[in-house]
Write a protein that binds this ligand. Structure first.
Ligand SMILES: Cc1cc2nc3c(=O)[nH]c(=O)nc-3n(C[C@H](O)[C@H](O)[C@H](O)COP(=O)(O)OP(=O)(O)OC[C@H]3O[C@@H](n4cnc5c(N)ncnc54)[C@H](O)[C@@H]3O)c2cc1C
Length: 462
């Protein structure tokens, strides 16, 4: 059997296409209009409606809920947030520690809501295990472990090669760092369950309704305009397609493969009984999960960016990316060399120019947005949504500042990306440098990070 490429994602191939919801029938009004039916938009609708049940909330989704990264991701629900170190530099260490603690609590919050709303998303709280496969990766792993501990993660554990192998036998692993603040889940089961929960609360969702322009108090679509005091842009990697937003967040590709189910003997040879979310410390890093039905779903960067901020065609990825991901799988687990790859797909995530996630409500216009999670959006979208709820409640005089509205990522401003061809050239060069640095580190066994990667990080503003 050959590999299916695209079809949105393996997760949708498993679950089947969702039943479509009606498009917007014409001009209408709402108290809050949410643009985008991924985790950010749906969580925001969920928390707002829970807080103020009489609010009239409309979600406008271009395709269907979960069409974007929320229906395609690696299912790592974890406590990483893009930009924490920069926020520490801008607002002080304590502010960044509060942000980190809010992220730690967010992992538990998502799992708790899944339980309350009876969303079975194959969630399994096995934590996150990040492995080092070379001396240079080990150096970064130790520095990463120390930094996370300094930001209050005192329950993180550092393992040597033998302890790592007790959890998972990754060929060449020389150490690992494990945090309990993570869980593996099925992305589509989460987003579909969330959309159903939001609808059951009384939120209106219109699908097949692309918003062409967002302006104060208006979301314009080909079928009519929604007028609302608050209009929230929750379109992450697709933001560049909106009028006036071409250079706001860069749509970065991430691609994945899902193997056929492994046999018991294959699982015995690997271990991974804890089903931790698995990552490495490469510059062009990988991420993986052991799925509930016994496959390995593994992702990485592949071709990083399409010229002109274009997005993929319903999840199709490049053949060379499939080969590159298969190579990683076989490097990690050589005994799986003949394993069938059932599905490959890709999606886009949003990257701001300074690589910092943000959540904002512009009080003067009622326009809000959240995103730029740089590949760490599964949990972060939930924190962003609760923050948008608090910002709207504060703005409408229903509450004052809260623990969330005072976090350092709120209202953060960042400059736009460079125009093409500089944008494309910059990203291609950066990832070429990362790949060369990874090759150099694994072939020379140097204990220090390749200077090329340090330079690429500095030049890219990461
Ligand atoms: C392959 C891949 C793997 C990933 N793995 C992980 C992971 O394991 N862990 C993690 O934390 N993060 C991961 N991420 C990132 C994470 O999935 C995203 O950050 C997160 O899902 C973003 O949610 P969102 O709702 O903001 O955006 P999206 O899920 O992209 O939703 C945006 C929605 O807006 C809709 N839309 C776009 N334009 C318009 C318009 N004009 N009008 C109306 N609707 C519009 C889209 O159709 C889409 O449904 C991954 C991303 C990808 C692509």
């Amino acid at each position: 059997m050959s590999t299916t490429n695209g079809g949105i994602s393996f997760w949708y191939a498993q679950e089947g296409a969702p039943a479509p919801r009606e498009p917007l029938p014409g001009d209408t009004t709402a108290d809050v209009c949410v643009v985008g039916g991924g985790y950010t938009g749906l969580w925001t609708a969920y928390y707002l409606k829970k807080a103020v049940p009489f609010l009239n909330i409309t979600v406008l989704e271009a395709k269907f809920c979960g069409y974007g990264a929320s229906g395609r991701n690696g299912g790592w629900l974890y406590n990483g947030i893009a930009g924490r170190d920069r926020y520490a530099r801008l607002h002080g260490h304590e502010a960044a520690v509060r942000l980190q603690q809010a992220m730690n609590a967010t992992v538990t919050e998502v799992l708790d809501v899944c339980e309350t709303e009876k969303i079975d998303a194959d969630q399994h709280r096995g934590g996150v295990l990040e492995v080092a496969l070379s001396p240079a990766q080990l150096g970064r792993l130790k520095a990463f472990h120390a930094a996370e501990t300094a930001f209050g993660e005192t329950d993180r554990e550092l393992y040597g090669a033998r302890e790592t192998a007790d959890r998972i036998r990754v060929t060449g692993a020389v150490g690992s760092s494990w945090t309990p603040h993570g869980a593996r889940l099925h992305p589509v089961k989460l987003v579909s369950g969330l959309a159903a929960a939001v609808e059951a609360l009384g939120v209106t969702i219109h699908e097949s309704t692309p918003v062409t322009e967002i302006k104060p108090k208006h979301a314009v679509t080909p079928y009519g305009t929604v007028r609302a005091p608050y209009v929230l842009r929750c379109t992450e990697g697709f933001t560049a397609s909106l009028a006036g937003q071409r250079r706001t967040w860069l749509p970065m590709n991430s691609s994945m493969i899902a193997t056929e189910p492994l046999t018991d003997a294959q699982w015995d040879s690997i271990g991974w009984a804890g089903a931790e979310a698995l990552g490495d410390m490469a510059h062009a890093y990988m991420y993986a999960q052991r799925t509930a039905d016994g496959r390995i779903a593994l992702g990485g960067r592949g071709v990083p960016y399409r010229y002109g901020s274009k997005t993929d065609n319903d999840g199709r990825t490049q053949p060379q990316t499939i080969d590159a991901l298969r190579d990683i799988l076989v490097r990690f687990f050589p005994q799986l060399a003949g394993l069938r790859i059932d599905h490959a797909w890709s999606g886009v995530l949003g990257v701001p120019r300074d690589w910092c996630a943000t959540v904002t409500l512009d009080r003067s216009t009622g326009l809000g947005w959240a995103g730029g999670y740089v590949g760490s959006g599964v949990a972060t979208a939930n924190l962003a949504a609760r923050t948008l709820r608090d910002l709207i409640q504060q703005d409408s005089g229903q509450s004052g500042p809260t623990d969330l509205t005072t976090l350092p990522w709120v209202d953060h401003k960042v400059r736009k990306w460079e125009p093409e061809p500089l944008r494309w050239l910059g990203v291609q060069t950066m990832y070429a440098a990362f790949r060369a640095a990874d090759r150099h580190e694994s072939t020379t066994h140097t204990p220090t990070t390749a200077p090329l990667a340090t330079l690429a990080n500095r030049l890219s503003g990461r």
